[in-house]
Design a protein around this ligand. Structure first.
Ligand code: SF4
Length: 337
C-alpha cells in the first residue's frame, strides 16, 4: 500500500535539545515507518528572524542534519532536505501571496502571538515586524503543498498554520481548478517540555535546556542547579516529587528506578544531591546512543553532505512536478512540454 506523504520541518538556528527531542523528533522517528516522510531543514524560514546573521543559519544546517540523523532519522526511509535549495517553494509562495489578505495573516493566532513577543522585545511600534515574518504561514503552505504533503505532524499551537494552509489550497483550487491536495494535521502527543528551572518551556534563549550534544560536565552543572521542591530544606525532609524538576526529568527519560525515586522522596529517605547525581548518570546513559552516532557523523561529514544532497534532489524532483501542474492551472506554463 502506498504510504501517505508527511511533511514537517525545523529551523536551523541552533543545536537541538531535549525539548525538541521529546516534543517532536521522537515522534518523527516513529512516523518514518508509517509515512513517506519528508523532513525539511527550513533555512529560508530561519532567515525571517535571522536575515542579518546568515552565518548562523548556514552553520546550523549541517548541525541540525547531524542531530536528526543521530536521533534516528533514517535517510533510507525518509527524505531530509534543505529548503533554500528548492526554489520552487519560493515560486509557489509568490503565487500563494495573492490568495491571502493581510488582515487574515494578522488574525492567525500563531502569528499574532509571535508578533506580540517581538513587540515586547523591540518595542510597540511594529518596526521589528517584517513583511517576510508576517507572511511566513504563506511560505509554510508552499513548503507543505510543494511536496503534496498530505499530513503534517503538529502540536496544538500550530493548528492555525495548517488551517491557513488548507484555506490557501481551497482558494487556489476554486480559482484555478482542482490541482492541490488539502493537507491534514496529525496531532502529535508532543507535549511542551519544561525547562530545568521550572519554566513551562525549554528553550535556548531561556538558558534552561539540555542539549543532545552536551558533555557530562555540562549536564552535571545544569542538573545540579535544577529546581527541586523548595519545602525540602534538610536531606531527610519528606518532599513532593510532583513539584521537582529533577523528578520530572527522571520520568521524562524513563528512569527504570522511578518508583523508588518517588517513594524515597516522599518519605524523606533520599537527599536531593544523590537524586541529582542519579539523574546525571541516567541522562548520560539515555544520551549515549545519540551522542555515539553524533560522533560518527562528525567524523563522516561527507556522508552527511551526501545524504543532504540526495534528499534535496529527491524533494526537488517532487516539487518540480507539482509546479508543472500549478503553472498549467494558472495558465503560466509558457513553452513547457
Ligand atoms: Fe526532587 Fe529528588 Fe529532591 Fe525529591 S529527592 S525533591 S525528587 S531532587
Amino acid at each position: 500500500m502506498e504510504q501517505k506523504i508527511i511533511l514537517t520541518g525545523i529551523r536551523p538556528t541552533g543545536k537541538l535539545h531535549l525539548g525538541h527531542y521529546f516534543g517532536a523528533i521522537q515522534n518523527w522517528v516513529k512516523l518514518q515507518d508509517e509515512y513517506n516522510s519528508h523532513f525539511e531543514i527550513a533555512d529560508v524560514q530561519a532567515l525571517t528572524d535571522n536575515f542579518d546573521n546568515p552565518k548562523k543559519v548556514r552553520e546550523n544546517v549541517r548541525e541540525i542534519a547531524i542531530d536528526l540523523l543521530s536521533c534516528g532519522i533514517d535517510p533510507n526511509k525518509s527524505t531530509l532536505f534543505i529548503q533554500s535549495m528548492i526554489p520552487e517553494i519560493a515560486e509557489l509562495t509568490v503565487y500563494y501571496s495573492n490568495l491571502v489578505t493581510m488582515a487574515r495573516l494578522y488574525r492567525n493566532p500563531t502569528v499574532k502571538t509571535e508578533i506580540g513577543q517581538k513587540k515586547a522585545i523591540f518595542g510597540n511600534s511594529g518596526e521589528s515586524v517584517t513583511y517576510g515574518f508576517v507572511g511566513y504561514p504563506v511560505s509554510q503552505a508552499a513548503d507543505i503543498t510543494a511536496f503534496e504533503g498530505e499530513c503534517v505532524p503538529v502540536g496544538e499551537d500550530q493548528l492555525p498554520l495548517i488551517e491557513q494552509c488548507r484555506e490557501i489550497v481551497r482558494k487556489f483550487n476554486s480559482i484555478y481548478g482542482e490541482t492541490l491536495k488539502e493537507p491534514v494535521a496529525v496531532l502529535s502527543d508532543n507535549k511542551r517540555i519544561k525547562g530545568l528551572d521550572g519554566n513551562e518551556k525549554m528553550g535556548k534563549s531561556l538558558g534552561n535546556a539540555i542539549y543532545l550534544a552536551d558533555t557530562e560536565d555540562e549536564i552535571k552543572n545544569k542538573v545540579m542547579s535544577a529546581v527541586t521542591d523548595p519545602k525540602k530544606i534538610k536531606k531527610d525532609d519528606p518532599a513532593n516529587p510532583k513539584v521537582c524538576m529533577v523528578y520530572y526529568y527522571h520520568k521524562l527519560i524513563k528512569n527504570d528506578n522511578i518508583n523508588t525515586v518517588c517513594s524515597e522522596c516522599k518519605n524523606g529517605t533520599r537527599g536531593c544531591v544523590a537524586c541529582k547525581k542519579e539523574l546525571i548518570t541516567k541522562m548520560m546513559e539515555f544520551l549515549k546512543p545519540i551522542q555515539d552516532k553524533r560522533k560518527y557523523y562528525e567524523q563522516h561529514l561527507d556522508e552527511v553532505d551526501q545524504i543532504l544532497i540526495s534528499g534535496t534532489n529527491n524533494a526537488r524532483a517532487k516539487a518540480k512536478a507539482t509546479m508543472k501542474k500549478v503553472r498549467k492551472s494558472m495558465q503560466i506554463d509558457y513553452y513547457e512540454e
